[in-house]
Ligand binder design. Sequence first.
Ligand code: WQD
Length: 344
Amino acid sequence: MTAPAVLLTGATGYIASHTWLALLAAGFKVLGVDNFSNSSPEVLNRLRLLSGQTPLFEQADVCDGAAMQSLFQRHRIDAAVHFAAFKAVGESNRKPLDYYANNLGGLITLCQTMARHDCRALVFSSSATVYGKPEQLPIREDAALASTNPYGATKLMSENILRDVEQSDPRWTMALLRYFNPVGAHESGQIGEDPRGTPNNLMPYITQVAVGQRARLQVFGNDYDTPDGTGMRDYIHVLDLADGHVAALRYLLQGKRSITANLGTGRGHSVLDLVHAFEQASGRSVPYDIVPRRPGDVDACYADPSLAQRVLGWRAGRDIHSMCVDSWRWQSMNPHGYAAPPAR
Ligand code: WQD
């Protein structure tokens, strides 16, 4: 029985690189593709170090139909995990056309190429952002969907496109995974989150303050309807998220019908909860200032993860302390991310 071959798009990105390692450990063959528009080729060196094998990789843009056709002609691919997408909420408000062209164009090109090569098992990287401002907490998969920015709209539209594709041809089987807030890093400290420019997300901003790259954290509002007034989110360890993708692929490759599932812990933590947990885990202080709310932010957002547990046999097991310990190890070993070799 030959190992199933899985194509990862956006393969050198934060969540994809961790998923790559988890898939190899689970016995899958992996082919990575990325155009390095938001990631570093150095990730491939780190994956080689961690896996003991040279990663099978091709540089290409998933929007490039000719390149994707050539890739599928030269490699046997049983399933794909589609991570490649632009993901910065603020940037999507400034450049909506880039987001629609890249995020929707890439998905459509990938699906067209897959179908042409009789490959119809797809795991899609969706996001809790499709829930907009949640009416009920914890959030179930049948909650109302709404987009509050072009990035979130591309995720919602992508889900609709995939549901139409599946309706049109029942040979397709898909897992639409709605991530909550991914944080943390591989326990080696060799791979982790390395945002370009000023981090949009909370954890990389915290770690850059702790390592001295930035002076102070800005806490976006403390007048939300939460216990301490700061925004509450469902932070999930990226290694748990990676395991969720392995579980989803195993599910699809057993010929099971499509699923849409929340990948979260089911627990909410506020901004200040995370700051304090990080200070305890790292031994570093994270000075902060309370500033006005960031437009578009919601008070609280955390998952009901019971469907993934019931159907995929998956649940997140790592707690907020290990998320902080692992985030700190990555950042303290790589003060400049992938731009420089890791500190010993
Ligand atoms: C978390 C909390 C902020 C930064 C977004 C996308 C989502 C996914 C994850 C792509 C909020 C507060 C943040 C800072 C702060 N992205 N914060 N100071 O907004 O929940 O989700 O990123 O897949 O789809 O919507 O994550 O980390 O930006 O914010 O106070 O410097 O931290 O207000 O309460 P968010 P986040």
